[in-house]
Design a protein. Structure first.
Length: 152
């Protein structure tokens, strides 16, 4: 199994849409979300994980508009069949490396206090992110936003 992490390409969109649909959000939203990056936007970064040439994961990160060299990882998704295989860790490392190369100094991740997101919080902590803040009732009544960050 050969894994490659690279900037997303137009021919990845169909497979990435399927991954998004299975894990994050309706896949038909992905083409519109990724279009600015594919057209050269410098304030976003989409990384694709390829296993034997087939997209199996993605990360989506954007620059924070009013902050100095801070980026926010908005989405991280791996094909369900490959959860806990190291693909997510590879995507995070590839994202960190690319953000660092673009002059980023801090990478932020926001998630939820929802029970379903407890593994996500543990995952980010396992790859070096620290909980830096909690906003109570942010996503919904009783569902807090948990912000984690890592210095690059």
């Amino acid at each position: 199994m050969t894994m490659i992490y690279m900037p997303a390409q137009p021919d990845h969109v169909t497979d990435l849409s399927k991954i998004a649909d299975a894990t994050l959000f309706p896949g038909d939203m992905l083409p519109e979300l990724i279009a600015p990056f594919l057209e050269g936007a410098q304030d976003q970064l989409w990384i694709t994980a390829l296993r034997d040439g087939v997209p199996v994961g993605l990360s989506f990160t954007r620059a924070e508009e009013l902050a100095d060299a801070v980026w926010n990882m908005k989405a991280l998704a791996v094909s369900p069949a490959l959860h806990r295989s190291g693909v997510g860790q590879g995507l995070v490392r590839a994202t960190e490396d690319a953000v660092r190369e673009m002059g980023g100094r801090l990478l932020v991740v926001d998630t939820s206090s929802d029970v379903a997101q407890i593994p996500a919080v543990a995952f980010y902590q396992s790859v070096g992110y620290r909980i830096e803040g909690v906003v109570r009732d942010f996503w919904a009544e009783g569902e807090d936003r948990i912000s984690l960050a890592k210095r690059l």
